[in-house]
Design a protein around this ligand. Structure first.
Ligand SMILES: Nc1ncnc2c1ncn2[C@@H]1O[C@H](COP(=O)(O)OP(=O)(O)OP(=O)(O)O)[C@@H](O)[C@H]1O
Length: 282
C-alpha cells in the first residue's frame, strides 16, 4: 500500500542520512527502531511527503507520491518530532483550526474533536491554553491531530517522548487498535515502545536497513547468543554488553557472543532489546 523504494537522502554538505532503504508497508504497525541520528526522522519526513528523497521512490497505492503527493497527503495523519502549536489557543480551538485546514466541515470537526479529546484523555483540559500544557499533554494533542481526518496511513515520529509510563501504555494500545486496518509507521529508539504492538520491526543505523521482519524473526537472530555471568565490578568485558545489573558479589552482565564468552557464563533466552542491540552493532 505504501512503498518506500531504494530511498536515499543526502542533505547539503552532509553524509547520507538515508542510504538505499526499501520498506513496504501494508495494514499493521511497523516499528522503525534505530539510535539517534540513524535517519528515522528523515525517512518519515520522506514517507509523509514533507521532504523529497534525493533518489528513490515513494509509492502509495501504486501511484508516484513524490511527483503527485496529493493522494497520500489526503490519506495521511503525521506527527513530526518537532510538532509545533499555538500557545494562545486551547486544545479545542487548535484542533478546530487544523480540522479547517484539512477541509473538515465545522459540524463533523466538532464531533470528531470531542471523540479525540476523550481518546487522548484531554477532555478536562480542553479549554486551557496550550501554552500551559505539560510536554506529555502536548504530545497527546499532537496524537489527536494526526487522527482528525480518520487517516488510512498514520506516521508518528518518536510519539512517546515526554509521556509518562501510564500514558505510554495507553498510547501503545491506541496505536495497536488503529493498526488493525491502517498502515501505521512509528519511529522510536525505545524497544519497549514497539515490543508488544509491532507486527513488523525495521532496524536502521547510519541510514541503512539492518533488519526487517517480525519481532519473532528479530529474536531468532540472537538465539543461543545471549549469555549472563556475574563478574567482579572492575572486570573489563570485551563482548557487546546488553545489560549490567549490580548484584551481591559483583555485576551480572548480559552479553552477546556466539560461544560462552566467560567461564561460568550461562546461556539465557534472548529478548528484543538483545536482538535490537545486536542488529545495531553487528
Ligand atoms: N535538515 C537537515 N540538514 C542537514 N542534516 C540533517 C538534517 N536533518 C537530519 N540531518 C542529519 O541526518 C542524519 C539523520 O538524522 P535524522 O534526524 O533523520 O535521524 P533520527 O534517526 O531521526 O535521529 P533522532 O532520533 O536523533 O532524531 C543525522 O546525521 C542528522 O544530523
Amino acid at each position: 500500500m505504501l512503498e518506500l523504494l531504494d530511498i536515499t537522502k543526502v542533505y547539503r554538505g552532509s553524509k547520507r542520512a538515508v542510504d538505499g532503504l526499501t520498506l513496504r508497508l501494508g495494514p499493521g504497525l511497523l516499528g522503525l527502531l534505530g539510535p539517534n541520528g540513524a535517519g528515522k526522522s528523515s525517512l518519515l519526513r520522506i514517507a509523509a511527503t514533507v521532504t523529497r528523497p534525493t533518489s528513490g521512490q515513494v509509492r502509495f497505492e501504486g501511484a508516484d507520491a513524490v511527483a503527485r503527493p496529493g493522494g497520500l497527503r489526503r490519506a495521511l495523519g503525521y506527527l513530526p518530532q518537532d510538532f509545533g502549536i499555538y500557545p494562545n489557543l486551547n486544545a479545542r480551538e487548535f484542533l478546530g483550526y487544523l480540522a479547517a485546514v484539512k477541509g473538515l466541515s465545522a459540524r463533523s470537526a466538532r464531533t470528531r474533536i470531542d471523540e479525540l479529546l476523550e481518546l487522548v484523555n484531554l477532555t478536562h483540559a480542553a479549554k486551557r491554553p496550550l501554552g500551559g500544557y505539560s510536554g506529555g499533554m502536548l504530545r497527546r494533542v499532537g496524537i489527536a491531530q494526526t487522527l482528525l481526518a480518520d487517516p488510512r496511513v498514520v506516521i508518528v515520529d518518536e510519539p512517546t517522548a515526554g509521556l509518562d509510563p501510564e500514558e505510554r501504555v495507553r498510547f501503545r494500545n491506541l496505536l495497536s487498535d488503529l493498526a488493525a486496518d491502517r498502515v501505521v509507521l512509528l519511529s522510536t529508539h525505545i524497544v519497549a515502545d514497539v515490543e508488544s504492538v509491532a507486527g513488523r520491526i525495521a532496524v536502521v543505523k547510519d541510514g541503512r536497513l539492518r533488519f526487517a521482519g517480525t519481532p519473532d524473526e528479530l529474536l531468532r537472530t540472537v538465539d543461543g547468543h545471549v549469555w549472563e555471568a556475574v563478574v567482579p565490578p572492575e572486570t573489563e568485558v570485551r563482548f557487546l554488553t546488553t545489560r549490567r545489573i549490580r548484584v551481591p558479589g559483583g555485576i551480572r552482565v548480559r552479553m552477546l557472543a556466539t560461544a560462552p564468552p566467560l567461564p561460568g557464563a550461562v546461556a539465557v533466552a534472548p529478548d528484543l532489546e538483545d536482538a535490537y542491540l545486536a542488529a545495531v552493532h553487528r
